[in-house]
Design a binder for this molecule. Structure first.
Ligand SMILES: [Fe+2]
Length: 361
């Protein structure tokens, strides 16, 4: 069963014309085992995205079954898969199936200058600013149209120092949060490591200037390289919300809340998702109910014991999962979990909760 489904999936993803979906819904337990095997393998992006799309379909299907055994197996499988890695000419995108990603942009490199054509909302949380050219660019589409000339823009991007474009740039500090929450805002980020929280993982974007279009993917991008980058990240202590008004960029300090010894920072709240940082001291626990939302949590530091609970708060026997630093946790809707700090250090989580109807697109 496992071998046959693995073969079917491998064949499906390399054949873009094939529309008949392999039998992933027949036996969800086996299917999860197969995805844990095939998703952590480096592949061309188009193939990986076909595979990822099937994995999301399977998760949606399992969420409807309300089966505690499968709830536990989904969390266990996501721990085994970890991040789904996409290598791009300008950096590495490490993502969960829900819309939480960490981008490792190379020095001076970044996304194309783009605007969203649909209701995609992106929130960037800057973890680290790389040496050299690094900025977030933000302007309205009318501002872009009034100033953009291809040759001039190219010159600015290479040499810098041109006030008509410099005024749209913010030099981020680690801990800054920037929201791209209106259709048509022209934006990019260069030279940073950051978290991204987004309601859609696909690229429904209009690329207005693509400095990467002729660039190839660096050969150094491997799982080992990614792991070394991940090992270097350190979360900042302070946070600012950055936005732009008619005069320029403004930033406002954000306050952490303390609830039952647990520190929380609201990173974003949109119509469809909530993003927050959660810090749990040693020996303390956080009880979490997913309600009508899928939830992912990235372990930024420390380690966790995650116990699946019944409605009455008692543990579901044997459904316990241990997560280490840099693991990814995934919860289906309608679940209760107790997440306990099992380390001597502060347990740091980047939590993303998204409505089940908007998720896994
Ligand atoms: Fe974007």
């Amino acid at each position: 069963m496992i071998e046959r489904l693995t073969e079917e999936l491998e064949s499906y993803i390399v054949n873009a014309a094939e529309n008949k979906i392999p039998g992933i819904f027949d036996n969800p337990t086996s299917s999860l085992e197969v995805f844990a095997r095939v998703l952590p393998v480096d592949r061309p992006i188009a193939e990986l995205e076909r595979l990822e799309s099937l994995y999301k379909k399977l998760l949606k299907h399992i969420a409807q079954l309300n089966n505690p055994e499968l709830v536990y197996l989904v969390a266990k499988t996501q721990k085994e898969i970890g991040f789904i890695l996409k290598y791009k000419p300008y950096g590495i995108k490490a993502s969960t199936p829900l819309g939480f990603s960490i981008f490792f942009l190379e020095n001076g490199e970044g996304f194309s200058f783009q605007r969203h054509l649909d209701t995609k909302t992106e929130v960037f949380y800057f973890i680290e600013v790389r040496p050299g050219k690094s900025f977030a660019f933000l302007c309205s589409y009318p501002e872009w149209e009034a100033n953009y000339r291809p040759a001039l823009f190219y010159e600015w991007l290479v040499k810098g120092d041109m006030s008509i474009f410099d005024r749209f740039c913010h030099n981020p500090e680690s801990g800054d949060i920037l929201k791209i929450n209106k259709i048509g805002l022209v934006h990019t980020v260069l030279g940073c490591v950051m978290e991204e929280y987004a309601n859609v993982s696909t690229d429904m974007v209009d690329r207005l200037y693509d400095q990467n279009k002729d660039n190839s993917i660096p050969k150094k991008f491997t799982r080992e390289y990614f792991q070394s980058q991940l090992n270097n990240i350190q979360y900042p202590q302070r946070n600012r919300l950055v936005s732009r008004n008619e005069i320029g960029f403004i930033s406002q300090s954000l306050e952490w809340m303390l609830i039952n010894k647990i520190k929380m920072l609201s990173v974003a709240e949109t119509d469809t998702y909530v993003a927050k940082r959660v810090l749990i001291p040693p020996k303390e626990s956080w009880q979490f109910t997913s309600n009508k939302r899928f939830m992912s949590a990235f372990i930024g530091d420390g380690s966790a014991r995650c116990e699946l609970l019944k409605q009455n708060g008692l543990m579901v026997t044997g459904r316990k999962l241990f997560l280490d630093k840099h693991d990814v946790f995934l919860s289906l809707p309608r679940c209760n979990w107790r997440i306990s700090n099992s380390s001597e250090k502060e347990l740091q989580l980047s939590v993303f909760e998204i409505d089940e109807h908007s998720s896994l697109q």
